[in-house]
Design a protein around this ligand. Structure first.
Ligand SMILES: [Zn+2]
Length: 53
């Protein structure tokens, strides 16, 4: 999981498996754990992902 700062100067946590971005570290950790274990994305987790564009 990578911690970065986005263009709006907000802290962003990126799942190293699926590259989804989250404002919440706990959610990003959950996503990464799920991705590693299941090799797929959990819709209940990625609904919290940051939508870019
Ligand atoms: Zn993920």
């Amino acid at each position: 999981m990578a911690k970065t700062i986005n263009q709006k100067h907000q802290i962003v946590y990126t799942c190293s498996e699926c590259k989804m971005k989250y404002h919440d570290e706990a959610t990003a950790k959950k996503c990464e754990a799920w991705c590693k274990k299941n090799k797929s994305c959990n819709l209940d987790i990625i609904k919290y992902a940051i939508k870019e564009k």
